[in-house]
Design a protein around this ligand. Structure first.
Ligand code: NDP
Length: 483
């Protein structure tokens, strides 16, 4: 498959190159080989993208919601038809195994385009009667939106941000992570093929400085970032200076609480999904696994057995179920945390090693006997490292589960229904799971509390973050004034 894109950027309905920008090598994480090269956006490219998005916005917003939605839904169908090729590209971009990308990436992007495409025609204002006078509200777009993505789900993030933005009549400039620049270009290409007017969805490449230039641009009205908490703080502050709307989807260190009445195999499955899917590079992962003492040894034994089934290998092989870290840098970070866990005295139950001579592979790793004060229990690792902590009582575990600056997600495994709902209500987190982990259907709001973010993606909640309400007061009689 051709991994080198036609050009680095996609602006005003077409591929655009400017080799004056810093070169960015695209590296296949499974081998470390350079598979493509793009160039970071120059200031001229940033200006061109913003001007294109701005010029296209009014006409796009003036189309009916039905027309806008039809284009998004057509793009969703095209993405599904091309799922194989898009999944292969996602695997080249991220190293995630095809077994995952073929069911979780382009398909999830298509879901967002279909869902918000269907919703576009339903976006309306209100009628508020006030005696004989009345007010009506208009739900209006924000204008030009900037989307900035992390590297773990490049296709999905490009669609999760683009679909609601476009459904509401905004235009978008999307900047992928420099680590995974390929997939968003395909999303833009398909949208245009589906009939999207030029300039409505643009992609520019670049590092943080390009993101910062977009966020600081006077003609940008909204910024949606998926990234780490430190980047979120910077982007939020820069957006505030321009009084821009924001959505912040940031990091986490989420708790997964397993009570001793839980079904052990289901709980192990939840812990695997919440720690090792995408090789642990998932923001909502339940990386602090609190296991009640009565079930601890059974849980660890079963987990260790099940992890023997993780299969590393060629990510394109459909039988491979566990891929590499996205980059050398991420692998080094993860190995650093593993060393830290050992220094801190956590018990290494399984894994802990780098694998192979080429690429960025790290074994699925489990630490037990982890305590709340250890760095591996406090900081987001963003790799395949599970910390298992013991607990005695529900009251105790809730205090400990919530004792973090993060608040993205949380999960509970128990057969006691009342306890499950009580615990879910008590979690300080935006997205919770009962006897499950890491489901992210487009129909449900997704986002964090505390340092993990502001705003929500997906569901009708996302509409609130990509539109604004205008009130129009209508007087039916004469206007009275005091003089
Ligand atoms: P980063 O925060 O490093 O980067 C996120 C994006 O922001 C990248 O495109 C980056 O560009 C860009 N960026 C960096 N600095 C600036 C700046 N000053 N102004 C504007 N843009 C900037 O995150 P990672 O890419 O390393 O992704 C991992 C993080 O993302 C984890 O913390 C993870 O939890 C979080 N995440 C959150 C999700 C959620 O929905 N809550 C989902 C997925 C991941 P570049 O990379 O080119 O420097």
């Amino acid at each position: 498959m051709q991994t080198q894109p036609q050009a680095s950027h996609f602006i005003d309905g077409e591929y655009v190159e400017d080799t004056g920008g810093t070169p960015i090598d695209v590296i296949y994480p499974a081998t470390g080989a350079v598979i493509a090269r793009v160039h970071s956006a120059t200031p001229a490219i940033v200006e061109r993208a913003v001007a294109s998005a701005q010029a296209a916005q009014a006409a796009w917003a003036a189309m009916s919601g039905t027309e806008r939605g039809r284009i998004l839904r057509r793009a969703a169908d095209m993405i599904r038809d091309r799922n194989h090729d898009l999944s292969v590209l996602e695997t080249w971009d991220t190293g995630k195994p095809y077994q995952e990308t073929s069911v979780a990436d382009a398909t999830s992007g298509a879901d967002a385009l279909e869902y918000f495409g269907g919703m576009a025609a339903t976006l309306t204002g209100q009628h508020i009667q006030l005696g004989e006078d009345w007010v009506y509200t208009r739900r209006e777009p924000l204008g030009v939106c900037v989307g900035i993505g992390a590297w773990n789900y490049p296709t999905q993030i490009a669609c999760w941000k683009g679909a609601p933005a476009l459904a509401c009549g905004n235009t978008m400039i999307f900047k992928p992570s420099e680590t995974t620049p390929l997939c968003a270009l395909k999303v833009a290409e398909i949208l245009v093929e589906a009939g999207l007017p030029k300039g409505v969805y643009n992609v520019v490449q670049g590092l943080g400085d390009v993101g910062a230039a977009l966020v600081g641009h006077a003609d940008v009205d909204k910024v949606s970032l998926t990234g780490s908490v430190p980047t979120g703080r910077k982007v939020y502050a820069a957006a505030a200076a321009g009084m821009k709307h924001v959505t912040m989807e940031l990091g986490g260190k989420s708790p997964l609480v397993i009570f001793d009445d839980a079904d052990v195999d289901n709980a192990v499955s939840g812990a695997i999904l919440g720690n090792f899917y995408s090789s642990g590079q998932v923001c909502s992962n339940g990386t602090r696994v609190f296991v009640q003492k009565g079930i601890k040894e059974a849980f660890l034994t079963r987990l260790t057995e099940r992890l023997k089934g993780a299969r590393m290998g060629d990510p394109m092989d459909p039988d491979t179920s566990f891929g590499p870290m996205v980059s050398q840098r991420q692998m080094d970070i993860v190995l650093g945390y593993i060393a830290k866990g050992q220094d801190e005295g956590a018990r290494l139950v399984t894994g802990g090693n780098q694998v192979g001579q080429e690429g960025f592979w790290v074994e699925p790793t489990v630490f037990a006997d982890v305590t709340d004060d250890m760095v591996i229990a406090q900081e987001e690792i963003f790799g395949p490292v599970m910390a298992v902590l013991d607990f005695d009582t529900e009251e105790e575990v809730m205090t400990r589960a919530n004792a973090t600056e993060f608040g993205l997600a949380a999960g509970v495994y128990t057969r006691d229904l009342a306890r499950a709902h009580r615990v879910a209500a008590g979690f300080e987190a935006g997205t919770c799971f009962i006897n499950s982990y890491n489901d992210a259907p487009v129909e449900a709001p997704f986002g964090g509390v505390k340092q993990s973010g502001v705003g929500r993606e997906n569901s009708s909640a996302a509409i609130e973050h990509y539109s604004q309400v205008k009130s129009v007061y209508v007087r039916m009689g004469d206007t009275e004034a005091p003089f």
